[in-house]
Ligand binder design. Structure first.
Ligand code: BGP
Length: 461
């Protein structure tokens, strides 16, 4: 074994409620912003394929968990759907949802798979969005009640909790670049939403600790290592600002309890500081994470702006910097994302050196591919050697970071089985397991799933 991993390494995959569960008539789930948006604009991104019909984890979880076990996984991250558990966002709890999540947790535990539970994966209940969503501070309070409900219901059997997945993404999608509901392009709202999300996380963490549960709680951040085009001071400054907006905005307060100074300086200068209440600072200082999930897909390549921003366009962070494409780089064509494996090592090294080497794991990494059916062989298996290469090359860098002292506890692929994507419905496939929509969602393990099984068995490769 050339690349060996520590004992008890968390091997598995990640998923989210809206992308996998599906809705069943009479199950009591309330609508969230994705159900609503799809109803309004079914052809915006999805060619009419909405989140109600996904891979159907809600009804097929036993089969799926059995497959995870067969594939040797020892952990699985999924999310609770807030609007399934509390259909109106606040108030009554849906008993069918309690039964469902209890059953999933028990099934995982019986299979020897540790449940990693995320409370929020982009899916705000529509009833709360109607009152302003995350712009409205009441949503923070509603979220903390929801989080407490989850701790009370499942805290005896779940020992790894996460407050949010990729909290910067709803800020970007909903308030800067138009790919999440409510797609209002408004920088001031973006900052307020980010702030309220952060506060909700800190407050839920504090509440979890006060109640004395025997587990860990963290946050999952998508980190995009940011590289300047050159060592010229203007390029360096551009990269510093980009990094402050997209990485350190959440990373700093979540891990250290302090806001990123570069960000504070810019927001102050431009008059965009969020409104805060007395006591918030202390809450954020107290509510730092035990555990950091890191999602890594792509780096950012940054240069200084060469022209002034258009004063009439809505304000965005790119006011301060520009991106450039590094010639000759590998790309994921489907998403236009650069594939840069060493980025995962750079993030882990940054966390080791600058964030107290906090306990962390790779909570998402993966390769979306369109049209994988053409790689199915005669035995019916999708031969995704490109995904095996992708995972292996990233794992080599993770292993190197560990050998240099990074406190990395696991690797989860996005995702276990092909699922519904926020950006393109079912076009882009990421799973170890394929889901044949034309054939009643039939599951079949891809070559990468079997390869990963071997990696787990040997705890390396
Ligand atoms: C991450 C999200 C996941 C998943 C993944 C792939 O940002 O946490 O929910 O969607 O990206 O993205 P996509 O399906 O849009 O290609």
């Amino acid at each position: 074994i050339k690349y060996a991993f520590p004992a008890d390494f968390w091997w598995g995959s990640s998923a989210s409620a809206t992308q996998t569960e599906g809705t069943v008539e009479g199950d009591g789930k309330g609508p969230n912003i994705w159900d609503y948006w799809f109803e309004q604009e079914p052809n915006r991104f999805y060619d009419g394929v909405g989140p109600a019909k996904t891979s159907g984890f809600y009804t097929r979880y036993k089969e799926d968990i059995a497959l995870m076990k067969e594939m040797g996984h020892n952990s699985f991250r999924f999310s609770i759907s807030w609007s399934r558990l509390i259909p109106a966002g606040t108030g009554a709890v849906n008993q069918k949802a309690v039964e469902f999540y209890n059953a999933v947790i028990d099934e995982l535990r019986q299979a020897g798979i540790e449940p990693f539970v995320n409370l929020y994966h982009f899916d705000l209940p529509m009833a709360l969005q109607e009152h302003g969503g995350w712009v409205n501070r009441d949503t923070v309070e509603a979220y903390v009640k929801y989080a407490n409900t989850c701790f009370e219901l499942f805290g005896d059997r779940v020992a790894k909790w996460f407050t949010h997945n990729e909290p910067i993404v709803p800020v970007e999608g909903g308030y800067l670049y138009d790919f999440h509901y409510p797609n209002e392009l408004d920088f001031g709202k973006a900052v307020q939403v980010a702030y309220h999300t952060l506060l909700s996380s800190a407050s839920a963490i504090q509440s979890y600790r006060e109640k004395g549960y025997n587990g860990k709680i963290g946050i999952i951040l998508n980190l995009t290592p940011t590289y300047p085009r050159s060592q010229h001071p203007a390029d360096l400054r551009a990269a510093e600002i980009c990094d402050a907006f997209f990485n350190r905005s959440f990373l700093d307060p979540a891990v250290t309890g302090e806001f990123n100074p570069v960000l504070v300086e810019l927001l102050t200068k431009d008059g965009y500081l969020p409104s805060m209440l007395d006591g918030d600072r202390e809450m954020i200082r107290q509510g730092t994470v035990d555990l950091l999930g890191i999602n890594y897909y792509q780096p950012r390549r940054v240069k200084a702006r060469e022209s002034l921003p258009n004063p009439d366009a809505p304000f965005v962070p790119e006011h301060y910097f520009d991106y450039y494409v590094m010639p000759g780089r590998k790309m994921n064509e489907m998403r236009g994302w650069e594939i840069y494996e060493k980025g995962i090592y750079d993030i882990l090294t940054n966390v080791r050196l600058n964030y107290g080497n906090i306990e962390c794991f790779i909570s998402e990494n993966g390769m979306g591919v369109q049209g994988e059916e053409k790689f199915r062989n005669e035995q019916g298996m999708i031969c995704d050697s490109y995904r095996i290469d992708f995972i292996r090359e990233h794992l080599k860098w993770v292993q190197r970071a560990i050998s240099e002292g990074s406190n990395v506890k696991g690797y989860h692929l996005w995702t276990f089985m092909d699922n519904w994507s926020w950006a393109n419905a079912y076009k882009n496939r990421y799973g170890f397991v394929s889901v044949d929509l034309a054939n009643d969602g039939q599951r079949s393990v891809k070559q990468s799933g079997y390869w990963f099984k071997q990696v787990i068995e040997q705890n390396g490769f």
